[in-house]
Design a protein around this ligand. Structure first.
Ligand code: GTP
Length: 361
């Protein structure tokens, strides 16, 4: 029987550090041949470009980005064919990594991995949830829509990666661990990522959803007994009746993921473009001011800096902004994606125009 290809799903709220973590895993991949599927919320494919930059022209790392929609959600038609294409070249792929959008639940992809179309070719290795630890400690995920999303992502994870801990002391780490355990009691491991660096052995090959194979097989009722008319399980052979650490019929019912942002139209993303070259310091100050004044949770993109050949990568998570040289392959275009809850495009555009002296539209 062919061996299923292990799949690691990386989830986490907007800006938690998912792409940065994937980039560091790509750099440490050694002999592993990886396929990366990257989904981001927003119309500019920043994360895919960054992952591709880390992979350089390495033929053993394939990156596919999905910058529109949410992969594996109901209306997405690309996820299953993309996975089947990976299965078709299984001899060249040792591990698949899926980065979900910061506004998606990983359960959508987890369930499709169990579907008849994919179950024979893939097996979930683990679901990692990356957490912006300083924001967790600032109680930024305690209320409102971000809290709901954050908690549901954690609830679906096997492993929580406490990220952005470079400046935190032991006491802060213990508090962060307590906060995660209180909100996600079923998480199996907590891992620390200094500067989004994780030991690759703690990230890939965890086999947390491997079926338990035993010599003696005795069936006991599964938690959710099939009702009349129920379809057979896609991968019956994987259930041996013992407690299984994998995705049981009980663990992720189809009702657990919804089109989160479609149900809650308060989540918005829009792109603003500007033709004029930017003064990076002025732009950064304007963006920080916008993030303080408006419910802006994430901002990213590229801008052309005045007097510079190379574009600048803009990365903002809440009020923290970093403007750095963009990866070499980036095309020079000044456009930024803004993501937030009940975010006003008009107000952000007016503020940027006032502070940078040029039109943003
Ligand atoms: N100081 C610090 N910054 C980090 C760390 N990890 C990520 N960042 C920064 O956080 C910002 C967001 O990182 P990304 O990796 O793009 O986050 P993401 O989760 O992929 O973001 P979305 O896909 O937009 O949800 C970037 O500016 C990163 O450089 C870390 O461990 N320490």
């Amino acid at each position: 029987m062919k061996q299923p290809i292990p799949v690691t799903i990386v989830t986490g709220f907007l800006g938690a550090g998912k792409t940065t973590l994937l980039r560091s895993l790509v750099e440490k991949r050694q002999a592993r041949r990886l396929a990366l599927l990257i989904n981001e919320f927003g119309e500019i494919a920043v994360d895919g470009a960054l992952a591709r930059d880390a992979a350089a022209s390495d033929p053993h790392v394939q990156v596919e980005d999905f910058a529109h929609g949410l992969i594996a959600y109901g209306d997405d038609e690309r996820f299953v064919p993309a996975m089947q294409a990976i299965a078709a070249r299984r001899a060249q792929v040792d591990h698949v990594l899926i980065e979900t959008s910061g506004l998606a639940l990983p359960t959508a992809a987890m369930e499709l991995l169990q579907s008849a179309a994919l179950a024979d070719d893939f097996i979930l290795d683990a679901t990692l949830a990356v957490v912006d630890t300083p924001l967790l400690l600032e109680r930024a995920f305690d209320d409102g829509a971000p809290a709901t999303m954050f908690e549901q992502q954690l609830a679906a994870a096997d492993v929580v990666v406490l990220n952005k801990i470079d400046g935190l002391d032991e006491e802060a780490l213990l508090r962060a661990e307590g906060a995660v355990r209180a909100r996600a009691p079923n998480v199996r491991f907590l891992e620390l990522a200094y500067d989004a660096q994780l030991d690759i052995r703690l990230a890939l090959g965890l086999r947390l959803h491997q079926p338990t194979r035993t010599e003696h097989t005795h069936f006991t009722p599964v938690a959710t007994m099939p009702g009349p008319g129920a379809a057979p399980l896609a991968a019956q052979y994987r259930l041996n009746g013992h407690a299984h650490s994998g995705l049981g019929a009980h663990s992720h019912g189809l009702a657990t993921h919804k089109h989160f942002h479609e149900q809650d139209p308060g989540w918005l993303s829009f792109v603003l473009k500007c033709d004029a070259a930017q003064d990076p310091d002025k732009l950064q100050a304007a963006l920080v001011e916008a993030a303080r004044a408006e419910p802006l949770l994430r901002c990213k993109g590229y801008v052309q800096a005045a007097g510079a050949e190379e574009p600048v990568l803009v990365q903002g998570v809440r009020t923290r902004f970093a403007l750095t040289p963009a990866p070499s392959a980036t095309r020079a275009r000044s456009q930024l994606v803004f993501i937030g809850y009940h975010l006003s495009r008009a107000r952000i555009a007016a503020l940027l125009a006032a502070r940078t002296g040029c039109a943003w539209r």
